[in-house]
Write a protein that binds this ligand. Structure first.
Ligand SMILES: Cc1ncc(COP(=O)(O)O)c(C=O)c1O
Length: 395
């Protein structure tokens, strides 16, 4: 089938909730994707901050081959499997957590985190402690609980009523969080670096203040590290760059190298409040995703790998600033999670980049987001920035 036929077939049979550019991606190598006409695209999107190790990675391919040889891709959570146990151990050993529960996506992980927070409150004897405090600009997912904590009218309004009990304060405004806080709040959820909202890092004072507020009210602090976690910022976990620890952390995107997997990491006190049958999933944590995730996390967690992410992140920010474009209002982020705020809509810039063989994605209306594979080479970053510079000159 040629590209036109594939696009027509998708348009005829696939629900039209996405706007896609007019090419068909066929294969990938390193940080480059190729379309069905053989055109190359340098990828600064990475499947939306997923493909941390790039495309056609020999280690991921080998991990998939190993598990395929066992013949056991899935058995459900009714049974013990070694990959599941080993991945949970690795995640606990490389984080603040004592226990892990797996999910399928980022939104799914956040749903579980909300349930665990409410369960924890009940277990402490607080029947009326159910509220969740979230923040302006947040994105936590599109399921009913996570959507309720994602304050965007376009996403929420067509689907009301949403899960009740969610309140909002201003991101990076501790006084606003204090004003919303009381003993009915069972959890505060925050992205240490907001992704979809436009790449906004939390300030250290804000996260420290939220930690203190949660403790004061015996509420749980949840860090949503679905986008900023797992090496993206040059720390294995984004909060490690802040020195503030959560009670629960949600992760997903890069966890299993492109296979769907999320995780809820928690302290023992949370785990102690959750009982058999409280939460479940047919697929989550199956041998296939767990085995591949173990490989991915082992690689990303290496100090030399993380140091390189920090180094390349600094280089990217520097090169973007050196563009000195009048259309760039701000360059911000941490590690290889960088936002370029423009004086106009990001959409046309993303479209122009396709023509020049570069994949970019927006974050909010006027921010270009760089979330490339973490293995991207400095010269590839330079090439990406040069292309962006050329496009900005045409505006
Ligand atoms: C911070 C954050 N949380 C949750 C989600 C939802 O993840 P998923 O799309 O895997 O459900 C996303 C997705 O972009 C995200 O960036």
């Amino acid at each position: 089938m040629n590209a036109q036929e594939i696009i027509q077939m998708e348009q005829e049979y696939v629900l039209g909730v996405y706007t896609r550019p007019p090419f068909v991606l066929e294969r990938g190598e390193g940080c480059t994707l190729y379309d069905s006409d053989g055109k190359a695209y340098l990828d600064c999107v990475a499947g939306i901050a997923v493909n941390a190790l790039g495309y056609n990675d020999p280690g991921i391919n080998q991990a998939i081959a190993q598990i395929t040889q066992s013949g056991v891709l899935h058995v459900s959570n009714l049974y013990h499997t070694e990959p599941h146990a080993r991945l949970a151990k690795l995640l606990c050993e490389t984080s603040f957590a004592d226990k892990v529960h797996f999910s399928l996506t980022g939104a799914d992980a956040n749903e579980g985190a909300f349930k665990f927070a409410r369960r924890y409150a009940r277990e402490q004897g607080h029947q009326e402690k159910y509220a969740i405090l979230a923040f302006s600009g947040a994105f936590h997912g599109r399921l009913f609980g996570s959507l309720a904590a994602t304050p965007r009218p376009k996403y929420q309004d067509p689907f009301r009523p949403l899960m009740p009990g969610v309140r909002f304060a201003e991101f990076n405004d501790l006084a606003s969080a204090q004003a919303q806080m009381d003993d009915q709040v069972c959890a505060i959820i925050v992205e240490p670096i907001q992704g979809e909202g436009g790449i906004h890092p939390a300030t250290p004072e804000f996260l420290q203040g939220l930690r203190a507020l949660a403790d004061e009210h015996d509420a749980l602090l949840i860090f949503d590290e679905v986008q900023c976690g797992l090496g993206r910022t040059g720390h294995l976990w984004a909060h490690q760059g802040y020195g503030v620890e959560p009670d629960i952390l949600t992760a997903a995107k890069p966890l299993a190298g492109g296979l769907p997997m999320g995780a809820i990491l928690m302290r023992q006190k949370v785990a102690d409040a959750i009982h058999k049958g409280d939460h479940a999933s047919t697929f989550a944590g199956n041998p296939l995703t767990s085995h591949v995730a173990h490989h991915v996390v082992s690689r990303i967690a290496q100090p030399s790998f993380l140091a390189q992410v920090q180094e390349k992140g600094r280089l990217l920010m520097e090169m973007l600033q050196e563009l000195n474009s009048p259309h760039i209002l701000d360059v911000r982020g941490r590690g290889l999670m960088v936002g370029v705020e423009l004086d106009q809509e990001a959409g046309p810039v993303v479209a122009a980049a396709y023509d020049r063989g570069l994949l970019l994605v927006g974050a909010g209306p006027n921010v270009i987001r760089f979330v490339p594979p973490l293995v991207i080479r400095p010269e590839e970053l330079q090439q990406a920035v040069e292309i962006l510079g050329q496009i900005l000159q045409t505006l």
